[in-house]
Design a protein around this ligand. Structure first.
Ligand code: COS
Length: 379
C-alpha cells in the first residue's frame, strides 16, 4: 500500500520513533512496576506537540492527519502502551466536543487539551452497562440553566486526572438510546468526585477509576449537541477512535516481535543462535505476517478517515479486532521465543502481553466489534 503522507508528517513519525527509543523505552518497566501515572511522559508528549495532533489548528492543535496520529500511537506503543494511551484518550475524551460542540464550547476546552495542560476522559461505561452502553442509568435532569447529574461511570481512563470529562447521561429514560445526552463535566465541579481506583493487569501506569456524580450541577451550556443525541455522538466517536486502539495493539505486537527477533539472534543453544532453528524462525515469520497484516488494516482505516469518507465503522472494527487479536498472539509467542526469560519481569515481553490484553476489551470488546461488522454485512 502506497502511503500518502506529507513530508513533515513523515519527519514527525521518525522523530517520535527516536523519542520513543531514547525517552520512553527506558521508563516503560518502571511505569508498569509502580502503576503511577507517568506525568513526565505526558509532559514529553505535550512539549513535542504530540497531544495537539488530534485538534484543528484554529483551536490550538496541529490538525494532523488521522493516519499520522495512528502511526505516532504505534511508535509510542512499541515502547510503552501506557504512554501511547495518553494520546489515545486525549482524542477519545475530546472528540465528542469536536464532533458536536459549538464554536464557543470548542474555544472553552480544546486549546488547553491541545497544549496538554488538561487531560480528557470519556465517561460512557457504568458498572451495569459495558457492552450494552445504551442501558446506562446515570441521569441528567434539567433545572433552569443547569443540569443535575447523578450516577457512576466506571473503568474510566484518566478518572481523577482529567480536567475535561465527557459524560453520557440519560435525560429521558423513556426514550432509551434516543434519550441519552452528552455533557462536559469539569474537574472541581461540586458533586463530582473520583470513586474507586482500579488495580489492573496491564497498562498499569494509566489511571482507571470511577467518576461519581451526586447532585452534580453543571451549566446547561455544557450539553454537547442536542438532548438525545448523546448515544450517536458516543458511537460516532468510537468509530473514529477504535483505529487508535488498533494502532496501539499493532505497536505492542511490533515491539514484542522486534524484541523476540533480537533475542533469537543472540541466544545460543545447541551451538547456534536459536533463530537458526526452523521452529523458532517460522514462529517469528508467522508473527511478522500477522503484524504486517494488522498494519495494513490500521493504515487503511486511517487513510479512509482522512479521505473524508463516512461509514467506516466496519473497517474501524475490523482493524481493532484483527490488530488486538494479533497483539495477544504475537506477545504470547514472543514470550515463548524467550522461553523462561520471557516469563521474567526482567524482559519486556511479559509486560507487553499484559498490556496487549486490554486492546481486545476496551473501546468495545472484540465480540462487540464482530456485532458491528456483522450488522454492516446485513445492511
Ligand atoms: N454512529 C452513529 N450512530 C450510530 C452508530 C454509529 N456507529 N451505530 C448505531 N447508531 C445509532 C443507530 O442508528 C440508532 O439510532 P436511531 O435510534 O435513531 O435509529 C442508535 O444509535 C442505537 O443503535 P442500536 O440500536 O444499534 O444500538 P444498540 O443498543 O444495539 O448498541 C452497540 C449498539 C452494541 C454497537 C453499542 O452499544 C456499542 O458500541 N457498545 C460497546 C460500547 C463500547 O464500545 N464501550 C466501550 C466504552 S469506551 S472504553
Amino acid at each position: 500500500m502506497a502511503i500518502q503522507m506529507a513530508a513533515e508528517e513523515k519527519m514527525l513519525i521518525e522523530m517520535v520513533r527516536d523519542l520513543a527509543r531514547e525517552k520512553v523505552t527506558p521508563r516503560a518497566a518502571e511505569i508498569d512496576d509502580t502503576g503511577e501515572f507517568p506525568w513526565d511522559m505526558k509532559a514529553l508528549l505535550a512539549q513535542q506537540d504530540i497531544l495537539a495532533m488530534p485538534f484543528p489548528e484554529e483551536y490550538g492543535g496541529t490538525g494532523s492527519s488521522e493516519l499520522s496520529i495512528l502511526m505516532v500511537i504505534e511508535e509510542l506503543a512499541k515502547a510503552c502502551a501506557t504512554t501511547s494511551l495518553i494520546l489515545c484518550v486525549q482524542q477519545l475524551g475530546s472528540l465528542p466536543i469536536l464532533l458536536a460542540g459549538t464554536d464557543e464550547q470548542k474555544r472553552a476546552w480544546i486549546p488547553r487539551l491541545a497544549s496538554g495542560e488538561w487531560l480528557a476522559s470519556f465517561g460512557l461505561t457504568e458498572p451495569g452497562s459495558g457492552s450494552d452502553a445504551g442501558a446506562m442509568s446515570t441521569r441528567a435532569v434539567r433545572k433552569g440553566d443547569k443540569y443535575i447529574l447523578n450516577g457512576v461511570k466506571h473503568f474510566i481512563t484518566n478518572a481523577g486526572l482529567a480536567h475535561v470529562n465527557t459524560v453520557f447521561a440519560s435525560t429521558d429514560p423513556s426514550a432509551g438510546t434516543r434519550g441519552i445526552s452528552a455533557f462536559v463535566v469539569e474537574d472541581g465541579t461540586p458533586g463530582f468526585h473520583l470513586g474507586k481506583v482500579e488495580h489492573k493487569m496491564g497498562i498499569r501506569g494509566s489511571q482507571t477509576g470511577e467518576l461519581v456524580f451526586e447532585d452534580c450541577e453543571i451549566p446547561a451550556g455544557n450539553l454537547l449537541g442536542r438532548e438525545g443525541e448523546g448515544f450517536k455522538i458516543a458511537l460516532a466517536t468510537l468509530d473514529r477512535t477504535r483505529p487508535g486502539i488498533a494502532a496501539q495493539a499493532l505497536g505492542i505486537a511490533q515491539g514484542a516481535l522486534d524484541f523476540a527477533v533480537q533475542y533469537a539472534k543472540q541466544r545460543v543453544q545447541f551451538g547456534q543462535p536459536i533463530i537458526a532453528n526452523q521452529a523458532i524462525a517460522f514462529m517469528l515469520a508467522d508473527m511478522d505476517i500477522k503484524v504486517e497484516a494488522a498494519r495494513q488494516l490500521v493504515y487503511h482505516v486511517g487513510e479512509l478517515m482522512d479521505s473524508g469518507a463516512t461509514g467506516f465503522g466496519r473497517e474501524s472494527a475490523i482493524a481493532k479486532t484483527f490488530a488486538s487479536d494479533t497483539a495477544i498472539e504475537v506477545t504470547n509467542d514472543a514470550i515463548q521465543v524467550l522461553g523462561g526469560y520471557g516469563y521474567m519481569k526482567e524482559f519486556p515481553v511479559e509486560r507487553m502481553m499484559r498490556d496487549a490484553k486490554i486492546t481486545q476489551i476496551y473501546e468495545g470488546t472484540n465480540q462487540i466489534q464482530r456485532m458491528v461488522i456483522a450488522r454492516a454485512l446485513s445492511r
